[in-house]
Ligand binder design. Structure first.
Ligand code: HEC
Length: 136
């Protein structure tokens, strides 16, 4: 009797774990898909469809050491914009990027999930609440 109960409990925990993983994977995929739309509307003119930017003018996002090194900094770059010297993949940029603080927390998480998981990049999922925390 007791044994059956344990088995059942184990079964349910297993089910919950499986469905939880499936949900977070779907969310990551959906976030990335929404992010592509945001990218195509707001970012593609400078950083280009292949994420390679324009050397000397607009830094690459594809395989960008700068992008992948620091998630908080990436969130802030989009929230607050960026200017001044920035070294990306060995090239120093002195450009300026406007702030995209009119995008929602979810939009910013989505666009980051897109650029951090495209063109050979592989990064952890960024949640909207991480953006909310850094928005002032
Ligand atoms: C008008 C051109 C322009 C647009 C549009 C633009 N950026 Fe940028 N972006 C830049 C420039 C220029 C820099 C480098 C700024 C510097 O030199 O300090 C930059 C830097 C970055 C960086 C950090 C450097 C790197 O390559 O990893 C990220 C990440 C980034 N942009 C993402 C975005 C995202 C996401 C969008 C759309 C929401 C966007 N940018 C839209 C011009 C642009």
């Amino acid at each position: 009797m007791k044994r059956t109960k344990h088995l059942r409990l184990g079964f349910f925990i297993g089910l919950i774990t499986i469905s939880f993983n499936a949900t977070s994977q779907t969310n990551a995929k959906e976030s990335k898909m929404r992010g592509q739309g945001i990218y195509d509307t707001n970012c593609v003119t400078c950083h280009m469809a292949n994420g390679e930017g324009i050397t000397g003018a607009f830094p690459p996002l594809a395989k960008s050491d700068y992008l992948m090194a620091d998630t908080e900094r990436s969130i802030k770059t989009i929230l607050e914009g960026a200017n001044g010297a920035m070294k990306v993949n060995g090239t120093t940029y002195y450009g300026a990027m406007v702030a995209y603080n009119t995008l929602t927390d979810q939009d910013i998480a989505d666009v980051l999930n897109y650029i951090r998981n495209s063109w050979g990049n592989e990064g952890d999922v960024i949640e909207a609440k991480a953006v909310a925390k850094l928005r002032q």
